[in-house]
Design a protein around this ligand. Structure first.
Ligand SMILES: Cc1cc2nc3c(=O)[nH]c(=O)nc-3n(C[C@H](O)[C@H](O)[C@H](O)COP(=O)(O)OP(=O)(O)OC[C@H]3O[C@@H](n4cnc5c(N)ncnc54)[C@H](O)[C@@H]3O)c2cc1C
Length: 385
């Protein structure tokens, strides 16, 4: 039986990036994936900031479109449009991106095993089931990159993220401005709906929320494109990081840890960033031959220093959003629709790190009427951060 320094469960972007980085540091690494095809089924709108896409380390083969701005459209008809004047994000074919990232891991020396599902753990070996029957794979460090439901976390009895949003998305035929993403806050009152252009007369339409998702999705689609949709996909977005992201010689990364941004649901950026921190800590643990919490706990310190504050602030904004009515949101959009504020959004807006623009806007005297709307939602805590 072959023994590995690191076994990674799940070949999504976080798992493949972590496995590649471990192998590049000279660690013997095995990456297992329960499906027979990487990147399938796709559960993603594929909108990545330019920085997030760079973090993936992939070529541009999966890029389908580039976007430079957004339009926010309320049910009452108010609109806010901004354009950065240059590409700020790309829209990718997530299946193709995931396959390329897994291929890069294999090129770096990772042993990739498909149709191999994690089924549990016995000491320092995982039990798997799949195309080659039942097996045990021994490891020194285990990396759980097994997505929102994380069977690894569940089998170890780890506490899970507190919020799970459900999402539905489809492809549609639609003429729209190919450089702008459209956001519809009223399509799903706890979160929002989106229409993302992916090419000529093609777009992805979707929404996330906590309840009535199929009904809301049907009514949202009807308003935008009628009844005709293609490639319907569903998925889950965990929000709020699990209380402890390491333990039992295991590091939890990406969606398994609850790293998607609560302001957008995007999880590729934080997933791949967390993969880098996990690979560095796995390397130290293997070098010291010590996988105790004292050593691997460094992982949590690292990701918190990197994007922990952003996630905390994002969760506060998410909770605040729950308390705003459609009327509040409409007033907010109208107040934000001001050339000075749009200029600030263009200058300071960052999809991956929205903290700076949120704090900046909340301190702008032109926006004091906005504070009136938000005060009931506990905006003081956000400004204090
Ligand atoms: C509708 C929707 C739209 C989204 N849009 C965006 C977006 O536009 N931009 C963005 O950044 N993020 C988006 N996200 C979030 C994004 O998809 C995730 O954050 C991202 O995929 C997380 O990557 P990951 O590698 O952590 O997990 P995943 O991509 O979920 O990968 C986990 C892998 O683990 C495998 N696995 C699970 N269990 C086992 C097991 N027992 N054994 C072996 N393998 C297993 C799975 O098959 C899967 O391949 C969206 C999510 C949804 C639901």
């Amino acid at each position: 039986m072959r023994y590995y320094d690191v076994v990674v469960v799940g070949a999504g972007p976080a798992g493949s990036a972590c496995a590649r980085l471990c192998a590049e540091q000279g660690l013997s690494t095995c990456l297992i994936e329960e499906h027979g095809t990487i990147g399938h089924p796709v559960q993603c709108a594929g909108l990545l900031s330019c920085a997030a896409f760079r973090e993936c380390g992939a070529t541009r083969k999966s890029v389908m479109n580039e976007v430079s701005g957004a339009r926010i459209i309320t049910a009452a008809g108010s609109e806010l449009e901004f354009d950065a004047g240059r590409t700020r994000a790309v829209v990718v074919d997530r299946g193709a991106l995931d396959r390329e990232m897994a291929m890069q891991a294999a090129d770096a020396g990772v042993e990739v095993r498909l149709k191999t599902a994690y089924r549990g753990r016995t000491g320092s070996a995982i039990r798997t089931r799949g195309v080659s029957g039942r097996a045990e794979i021994p490891f020194r460090v285990l990396v759980a990159a097994d997505g929102p439901r994380s069977p690894v976390a569940r089998s170890l009895g780890m506490q899970r993220p507190p919020i799970f949003l459900s999402g539905l998305q489809a492809e549609i035929s639609r003429d729209m401005d190919g450089r702008h993403v459209e956001l519809y806050p009223d399509a799903s009152p706890e979160f929002f709906g989106w229409v993302i252009p992916i090419g000529k007369r093609r777009a992805r339409i979707g929404l996330c929320g906590t309840q009535d998702i199929p009904e809301r999705f049907r009514s949202f689609c009807r308003g935008i494109c009628g009844e005709s949709i293609l490639n319907l996909v569903s998925g889950t977005v965990p929000l709020g990081v699990m209380p402890k992201t390491y333990g039992y010689a295991t590091l939890f990364i990406g969606d398994a840890a609850g790293f998607p941004k609560p302001t957008s649901g995007g999880g590729v950026y934080t997933g791949v960033r967390s993969a880098g921190h996990a690979a560095a800590v796995a390397s130290t643990a293997c070098l010291k031959n010590d996988t105790s919490d004292a050593v691997i706990g460094e992982y949590e310190r690292r990701w918190k220093a990197d994007f922990g504050r952003e996630l905390e602030l994002g969760l506060r904004v998410f909770r605040l959003r729950q308390q705003l009515s459609a009327g509040d949101i409409d007033r907010l959009v109208r107040l934000l629709n001001n050339p000075g504020i749009i200029g600030d959004i263009r200058r300071y807006g960052d999809m991956d790190r929205p903290g700076a623009i949120i704090r900046h806007l909340l301190k702008n005297p032109k926006l004091f009427p906005v504070l009136g709307i938000l005060l009931k939602g506990g905006v003081r805590q956000i400004i204090k951060q």
